[in-house]
Design a protein around this ligand. Sequence first.
Ligand SMILES: [Zn+2]
Length: 97
Amino acid sequence: MSHVSLMRGSVYELRRKCGKPSCACRDGVLLHSCMAITWSDAGRKRLRSLSPKEEVELVRLTENYRRFRRARARLVELHAKMLAVVDQLEEARRREP
Ligand SMILES: [Zn+2]
């Protein structure tokens, strides 16, 4: 099995005003745009802007993480179903002393 890296967080386009009164962004139409990643660190929401090169890589890693978590959730579900079947088997086969 090949090694697949995972990264928590979401990559998205951050659009905002810079706050300078003379800037074209002041009317809210031409906003400044950059790519950023947000993630939760010990309950605190963190944000970091990304270079275009980083963006491609981090989109890939965060998608890997989401795919991994979905697979884990399916495994938890399947495990519960298997336990239920095992419990039914026990119930059907058990004899009292
Ligand atoms: Zn501006």
